[in-house]
Design a protein around this ligand. Structure first.
Ligand SMILES: C[S@@+](CC[C@H](N)C(=O)[O-])C[C@H]1O[C@@H](n2cnc3c(N)ncnc32)[C@H](O)[C@@H]1O
Length: 415
């Protein structure tokens, strides 16, 4: 995914100053010097980052058993919270901001006069803060005023998230964004919001759905019912999930179920926007061993690089799976003006990195006709070594050959 430099470099010293000062003010770390102390980081942060990392990668548990309630599983929940806050929160923040930036890159403009957003399974408000960063560094013209509802089952992480969102919104120059915390255990089978809840125009779930155990058919039905009752016209839905095969495929299964149910009941007015740019059958899901993910690269905060080094991790590149939908009756080419002049059959997205094969580039593309391997001769550009990158959209590609050895002789444009 292409991320502008303004966003990729937005987590340097000023961000570090903001997050570490906040951690001191909240009593999470003793003082500003501790984050610079190898001894403190090695003892109080790194082991918990490693523990959480292995939990999230499902190294220790069988995949189906889920993660809950990891905040209380440890003898030192405060250490786990600190590790999550300093390490996983900024990573998810950046992932969500990158998705916002992809909307901006394709020309998406906010249509509503208001901005009322909800994050489910908010943890430390990573997603809400990601939208704020996305809006500041690659705007889609949100109104100045906004409100967030944060819904979370764990009181301590919710309190932390509420305080942090306030601090970070101000840091970014968004003091008119307000936050309301809701301490709740969500039950997807009962619906995500009570009937009396208001309508929102942004619905965000970042790394939350994989912690629910419900089958895609039921989940799709609940979500569509909730979006029908609690999402404004032109409201956006952003779902972000791990790039792991099982969790990613669960998101693809959910997309499939949503499309089946949307098709049955056309009144929903819900459309898939990203990453697929259409309602075609998922190209990855058709192969049992395949899945779909994106990657973004950022300049990590300096303290984060030290944690990575000590923990033997490398989160310079952040993978994730995602889905963006909208409740709108406008054609997709009007919602994403960069697609103007194209049709669903004329659009293909690169869903893998491109590597050189002699004078050609080879990669996987996905479009209306499914996923396939293809080669093309790159035009020399400054954008990347071989002219093609994961996430690129090719319009009007002249494709021949079969699924395993396709060839693109020419294309009208690359976005
Ligand atoms: C991996 S964290 C993600 C937090 C944040 N959204 C992010 O992107 O970093 C998942 C969060 O969902 C919360 N959660 C899981 N199941 C929940 C439920 N049934 N009701 C409310 N919150 C839940 C967990 O407590 C946890 O804070």
């Amino acid at each position: 995914m292409k991320v502008p430099d303004t966003l990729a470099t937005a987590f340097g010293a000023p961000f570090e100053q903001c997050i570490t000062q906040f951690a001191v003010d909240q009593g999470l770390i003793p003082d500003l010097a501790s984050i610079q102390s190898p001894r403190f980081v090695a003892r109080s942060i790194v082991p918990h980052v490693i523990k959480l990392s292995s939990l999230f990668n499902r190294d220790e548990k069988d995949q189906a058993s889920g993660l809950n309630p990891y905040w209380k599983q440890s003898a030192h929940p405060a250490h786990l919270r600190l590790a999550y806050f300093l390490y996983f929160m900024p990573s998810n923040l950046f992932r969500v901001a990158s998705i916002w930036s992809e909307l901006a890159r394709l020309g998406f403009q906010w249509q509503n006069k208001t901005f009322q957003a909800v994050e489910f399974g908010a943890g430390p408000a990573s997603g809400a803060c990601g939208i704020a960063a996305g809006e500041i560094y690659h705007s889609i013209q949100l109104p100045k005023q906004g409100s967030w509802a944060l819904i979370e089952q764990d009181q301590s992480i919710l309190n932390l998230g509420t305080q942090w969102a306030q601090t970070y919104f101000s840091h970014l120059g968004l003091p008119e964004w307000s936050i309301r915390p809701f301490h709740r255990k969500l039950d997807p089978l009962q619906g995500f919001l009570p009937p009396r809840a208001p309508k929102f125009n942004l619905w965000l779930m970042s790394y939350y759905l994989n912690e629910t155990q419900n089958d895609p058919q039921k989940l799709a039905a609940t979500l569509l019912q909730d979006w029908s009752n609690h999402l404004e016209e032109e409201g956006l839905i952003i779902l972000v999930e791990p790039a792991l095969k099982l969790q990613s495929r669960r998101l693809l299964e959910l997309r499939k179920e949503l499309l089946i149910q949307i098709e049955k009941k056309k009144t929903h007015g819900i459309q898939v926007l990203l990453p697929c740019l259409g309602h075609q059958a998922c190209g990855a899901l058709s192969a049992p061993e395949d899945w779909c993910h994106e990657e973004v690269t950022w300049w990590r905060p300096p303290y984060f690089r030290k944690i990575d080094k000590m923990a033997g991790l490398d989160r310079k590149t952040l993978p994730f799976s995602y889905l963006v939908l909208i409740k709108s009756r406008r054609p997709r080419e009007e919602i994403l003006p960069a697609l103007a002049g194209s049709t669903p059959t004329s659009r293909h997205r690169l869903v893998s990195p491109a590597h050189s094969e002699g004078r050609e580039s080879e990669f996987y593309i996905c479009g209306n006709d499914g996923k396939r391997k293809a080669r093309a001769r790159p035009k020399k550009t400054l954008e990347s070594e071989n002219g093609f990158d994961r996430g690129d959209i090719l319009i009007g590609a002249d494709l021949r050959g079969d699924r395993n050895s396709g060839r693109i002789d020419s294309f009208q444009r690359k976005i």
